[in-house]
Design a protein around this ligand. Structure first.
Ligand code: PMP
Length: 360
């Protein structure tokens, strides 16, 4: 606390990012990074761009990247927005599409979801209400069909990994469009199994999908994300960006991202491997007595038999495995484990067997 902080900043509870240990001793499965390297074409493109051109500002319109992303998704460049990681785009979306102030209608998101959403709401002073996930940790779309200020959730959800059927998303988009409200679908983990809503951004003018290069494109260190939606939604995001910082995505990131979005063959292959590893690990863990939520993401949300989530997290760490534990109502017994290579997951499963069979 400081007397120099304004009252809004004093009230914030900022997001706490997962630990980024620097010593390389731990198997790092706590922030859902991809275990495989980025496409060689991405590295080559960045190396070629790292030259004299850095003297100049990057293109504030991110044209080359937007054209590459538009070609990849079959949309227009005007329907693409690029940002400094998808977190930044989410922050801009809160500022652009949701009303602030005590009199505003609250926005809705699930009680168990990406923990940055309440932080953005606090930063912009946007009232919100959380809607409880069902007993099996899924989203019941009918709970969101009430006259409120807008809706945001990830699909698949995080940290559960549970996906929502596309039909449910479209029926909510239709309901909210009639209310003049925006539906933001955070598709950070969409490449690992859920159905994307991107083909419907023409049909629903209030539907914004948000994407990242940090998970499926192995580029968490690059800081680039993008959104796809109606031109007017994209213009809304540009209005926030250009009232804040016109150059949020630097030249090297834009160059790498354009190469990444174009190399579907490489990324389809590494992400197919991640999914296959996830399915094998899920089966083994179920066999060991773990509760394993059905995951469409690059992580598993698992509850060990007999011991608490905190004890399980600590026992994994003792064995050199860094996972993520959320000390939060309803999910404190669970631990989230990102999917690593087959060799990583062998070590995880060996540790799990040991922990379950011999105590911690
Ligand atoms: N959305 C969800 C659901 C996430 O888990 C993350 C990663 N923490 C992000 C968005 C942000 O990803 P990035 O800013 O790296 O693009």
């Amino acid at each position: 606390m400081s007397v120099f902080w304004n009252s809004r900043i004093q009230k914030l509870s900022p997001y706490i990012p997962g630990e980024q240990p620097m010593d390389g001793q731990l198997i790092k499965l706590n922030t859902n990074e991809n275990p495989y390297p980025p496409s060689p074409k991405v590295i080559e493109a960045i190396q070629n761009a790292a030259g004299e051109r850095l003297r100049l500002y990057p293109d504030p319109e991110c044209t080359t990247f937007r054209e590459a992303a538009a070609a990849r998704f079959g949309v227009k460049p005007q329907q693409i927005f690029a940002g400094n990681g998808s977190d930044e785009i989410l922050a801009f979306a809160f500022g652009a599409f949701f009303e602030s102030g005590a009199k505003a209608a609250p926005i809705l998101f699930p009680d168990i979801s990406y923990s940055f959403y309440p932080v953005y709401a606090g930063l912009w002073d946007i009232p919100y209400r959380t809607i409880a996930l069902t007993k099996d940790f899924s989203i019941n779309i009918n709970d969101y069909k009430i006259p409120f200020g807008g809706v945001i959730f990830p699909n698949p959800n995080a940290p559960t990994g549970v996906a929502l059927p596309l039909d449910d998303i479209l029926s909510l988009a239709e309901y909210l469009e009639k209310q003049g409200k925006v539906l933001v679908v955070d598709e950070a983990y969409i490449a690992f199994g859920a159905q994307s809503a991107v083909p419907y951004i023409e049909k629903y003018s209030n539907l914004l999908t948000v994407h990242t290069f940090s998970k499926s494109a192995s580029l968490a260190g690059l800081r680039c994300g993008f959104a796809i939606g109606n031109e007017k939604l994209i213009e809304g995001l540009c209005r926030v960006r250009d009232s804040f910082n016109s150059y949020t995505v630097d030249l090297l990131a834009l160059t790498g991202a354009a190469a990444a979005v174009s190399d579907t063959a490489y990324y389809d292959e590494i992400n197919r491997r991640v999914v296959a590893t996830r399915e094998r690990a899920a089966q083994t863990l179920s066999g060991l007595g773990f509760t394993v939520l059905p995951s469409s993401a690059n992580f598993l949300f698992i509850k060990p038999p007999r011991i608490s989530g905190a004890e399980f997290f600590a026992a994994l760490r003792q064995r050199g495995i860094l996972a993520r534990h959320f000390n939060k109502e309803r999910i404190a017994d669970f631990v989230r484990v990102s999917i690593g290579t087959d060799a990583d997951m062998e070590k995880v499963l060996r540790a799990c067997r040991e922990i379950v069979n011999h105590g911690q």
